[in-house]
Design a protein around this ligand. Structure first.
Ligand SMILES: *Cc1c(COP(=O)(O)O)cnc(C)c1O
Length: 240
């Protein structure tokens, strides 16, 4: 138990609040709330926390670290759906390709080629999102907005990968409104991707918005939000 651990009731209450906020945001911009999926980001959180969220109806969980996915998968298997949302090293693709349903963080052509190879070995098609560094932060992974459509075309041609859309982590900010421009720009690229008619591209997922800015992201067209702290409470990074 880390010092930040919430009770199952608190986790259920937080989940409910996230859904209410999503619904309110959708109402403001005349979207159907069923278009938005909540990915509960459970990195550095316990299996018990995940089970509490599952008991409250949550099915999709996002994880950042390969070792943690392996450990949690061992216990929970396919009783929930796992997405890899963190930076992924090529040599670790083989450990998760049979466990996660989607990889949000494809940020180089080389990583895509490795996923192609490992998915091919297992005879599966991996759903991926291309990570876009839309604010051009030096510290962030991802393709530039200028290159991502060209890259999507190339990656879509890989037979064991299906490009399902785009993902971004907007800059950390106290004021979510400052990220609206980035969400709007990514939504524009996502729409272009959808119209590109590329083979192997099925653009139906726009993953953007975290605890601090998911409401703005939903207003700007996110179809998947990745909420960690807002569901499970603060994370204890000292444990890593
Ligand atoms: C940790 C993480 C999140 C969740 O962040 P919160 O601010 O806790 O909601 C979302 N996306 C990615 C890529 C992350 O690494």
């Amino acid at each position: 138990m880390d010092q930040y651990e919430l009770t199952p009731e608190e986790i259920a209450g937080n989940l409910k609040r996230v859904h209410e906020n999503v619904e309110a945001a959708c109402q403001r911009v005349h979207r159907d709330p069923s278009e938005v999926t909540v990915c509960a980001v459970s990195k550095l959180k316990s299996v018990q926390d995940i089970q509490a969220a599952m008991a409250a109806g949550q099915r999709l969980f996002g994880e950042n670290y390969v070792q943690e996915i392996r450990e949690k998968y061992e216990e929970l298997g396919d009783s929930c759906e796992w997405h890899m949302i963190g930076h992924l090293q090529r040599n670790k693709v083989k450990y998760i390709v049979d466990k996660v349903r989607m990889i949000h963080s494809v940020d180089t052509m080389e990583l895509a080629q490795q996923i192609e190879k490992e998915a091919g070995k297992r005879g599966i098609v991996m759903d991926v999102l291309l990570e876009v560094n839309v604010a051009k932060e030096e510290s962030k992974w991802g393709f530039s907005p200028e290159e991502v459509l060209t890259v999507a075309k190339e990656i879509g041609l890989l037979p064991h990968i299906r490009v399902r859309g785009l993902m971004t982590s907007a800059p950390y900010t106290e004021d979510a409104e400052t990220n609206r421009v980035y969400f709007r720009e990514l939504h524009g690229l996502f729409t272009e991707l959808g119209h590109s008619g590329c083979e192997g591209v099925q653009a139906d997922t726009l993953s953007m918005g975290m605890t601090g800015d998911y409401v703005v992201a939903v207003e700007e067209g996110a179809t998947m939000i990745r909420v960690g702290t807002g569901i499970f409470g603060k994370r204890d990074y000292s444990a890593r």
